[in-house]
Design a protein around this ligand. Structure first.
Ligand code: MN
Length: 166
């Protein structure tokens, strides 16, 4: 699991973001705050954060191998126009616990600003070519249907959009 980059970017004596895995106490806290939200086996977690950083953006997170693969979407996802292709910049993997986290990243810390859960649910892989293309079926509250992530440029740039129904 590649959480090295995640940990390197953060000073956990300053930021309240989760440093590691889903502890029992954090699990209990989530069960109170977001009843029924802690995934108990079964389908992998899909979620999107609203992140009020210097630039308000969305962070799409998908559970793979016990961590959350993450993409920052600078132009906010618009539920009324999901077929529009959006730039999605892949960021460092985040711990699974991050998928349930909301809070305020303090001024001076990486990604300073408020973080809120925008959508959450589960997903299933439809087609996956590692590092190239991921087609997945989302079951969230705001997003539902088949979505595509395509690595379209060397580096971390992907495109994100909903697939038109056949
Ligand atoms: Mn972010």
């Amino acid at each position: 699991m590649a959480l090295k980059e995640y940990r390197k970017k953060r000073d956990f004596s300053k930021t309240p973001e989760p440093a590691g895995e889903l502890s029992d106490s954090f699990r209990r806290e989530i069960e109170q705050r977001l009843p029924g939200k802690v995934r108990k086996g079964g389908k992998p977690l899909y979620m999107v954060h609203d992140h009020y950083a210097r630039q308000h953006h969305h962070d799409l997170r998908l559970e793979f191998d016990g961590a959350l693969r993450s993409w920052a979407i600078p132009k906010l996802i618009d539920p009324a126009n999901l077929e529009a292709k959006k730039l999605a910049v892949q960021t460092e993997d985040h711990p699974l616990a991050y998928g349930y986290w909301e809070g305020e990243i303090p001024e001076g810390s990486y990604g300073a600003g408020r973080v809120k859960i925008w959508d959450s649910g589960s997903f299933g892989v439809v087609d996956h070519k590692e590092g190239k293309k991921l087609v997945f079926m989302v079951k969230g509250k705001k997003l539902r249907g088949t979505f595509v992530l395509i690595h379209f440029r060397p580096g971390r740039e992907w495109l994100f959009f909903r697939k038109k129904d056949a």
